[in-house]
Design a protein around this ligand. Structure first.
Ligand code: UFG
Length: 342
């Protein structure tokens, strides 16, 4: 499309990024992906093309490299930016904290400074419910106090939000939306794109699907002695396409705001689901028998957290549409598709 607004999408080849690129293209935007593929694969571009009929624009650049990023800002007029590119493994961040601070914070600084320099106003930032730490309540609102982060990864998300807030307080022209993601799962319903974890996954649903397909021998449920109805931890699992769509609603909302806006919005379903419920629902939708066992708790896990999604609906007009069954079915279809390709 000739007049489609350009949106810079850093980390656009990643899991949430690639699904958001699909949504953007389908909603009449022209996403410009910046990704150096350190944590993603080029075949995702073919998948995006298969769904949308168009190869997305990609620049293979490290967002930490400001001069390379500047050259991209020089080539396009962007209506907005969605900044996904960041490291996200909680355990690794404890082992290599500086790697996390450098990558996640310098890349954000570059994006803020370049947006200011080039007059790009609409800024959507990938934040995480990890900023709530171990909350006092189970259902968290955007006003729920942020608790000390339990990992350097969590710290980077808290500092990032603060950095954006401080930029706004200093009379920056930006309009910022921080989306606090809960637990994204699933894949595009066509199975053309999905999650491609590097090595052994640390997240639950890819671990479940890889166990069911036989790549991994057994799933361990990390603890069944939590103070929850079935003893396993509770999270808010959101279909990745629902989350992708939140970015479109967020961008549209931002374009109607005054300059110098800073807003935090939860991106979740509002429904808490336990690890054991994930296993049972997965077995139901896949007709596969999962080999699982109960193990000890994993350090750093909060017992239960899920989103209050009201603000997202009131402010952005966005809410999730897809069920847990659909999410797990799409995750399973994607895993089977990968197995057929190998
Ligand atoms: N779990 C298992 N077995 C596994 C993997 C996970 O029982 O093999 C359990 C965990 O203990 C937890 C639940 O499944 O109760 C979900 O775990 P994930 O690792 O999939 O997700 P988390 O909720 O721990 O982490 C996610 C994101 C992080 C983010 C965090 C914020 O992956 O990036 O939410 O809470 F920081």
């Amino acid at each position: 499309m000739e007049n489609a607004p350009n949106i810079l999408v850093t980390g656009g080849a990643g899991f949430i990024g690639s699904h958001t690129v699909v949504s953007l293209m389908q909603q009449g935007y022209n996403p410009v992906i910046v990704d150096d593929f350190r944590n993603s694969e080029k075949r995702v571009l073919k998948g995006i093309e298969k769904i949308t009929g168009k190869r997305p624009i990609v620049h293979e650049v490290d967002v930490v490299n400001k001069e390379s990023m500047r050259s991209i800002f020089e080539q396009y007029t962007f209506e907005g930016i969605i900044h996904f590119a960041a490291y996200k493994a909680v355990g690794e961040s404890v082992q290599e904290p500086l790697k996390y601070y450098r990558n996640n914070l310098v890349s954000l600084m570059n994006c803020i400074e370049l947006c200011e320099e080039f007059g790009v106003k609409n800024f959507v930032f990938s934040s995480s419910c990890t900023v709530y730490g171990e909350p006092d309540g189970i259902v968290v609102k955007e006003t729920t106090p942020v608790k000390p982060a339990s990992s350097p990864y969590g710290q980077t998300k808290q500092i990032s939000e603060q950095m954006l807030k401080d930029a706004i307080a200093s009379k920056s022209d930006l309009r910022v939306l921080c989306l606090r993601y809960f637990n994204p799962i699933g894949a595009h319903e066509s199975s053309s794109i999905g999650e491609l974890p590097l090595g052994i996954p640390s997240n639950l649903v890819p671990y479940v699907t890889q166990t069911a397909i036989g790549k991994l021998p057994q799933l361990t449920v990390f603890g069944d002695d939590y103070d929850t109805p079935d003893g396993s931890c509770i999270r808010d699992y959101i279909h990745v396409m629902d989350l992708a769509e939140a970015h479109i609603f967020g961008l549209r909302w931002l374009t109607h705001q005054d300059d110098n806006t800073y807003q935090i919005v939860n991106a979740g379903t509002g429904v808490g689901v336990s690890v054991l419920e994930i296993i049972h629902t997965f077995e139901k939708v896949s007709n596969a028998k999962l080999n699982w066992t109960i193990g000890p708790r994993r350090e750093g896990d909060v017992s239960q957290i899920y989103a209050d999604p009201k603000l997202a609906e009131d402010l952005l007009g966005w809410k999730t549409k897809r069920s847990l069954e659909e999410s797990l079915r799409d995750a399973w279809n994607w895993e089977q598709k990968l197995a057929n390709e190998e």
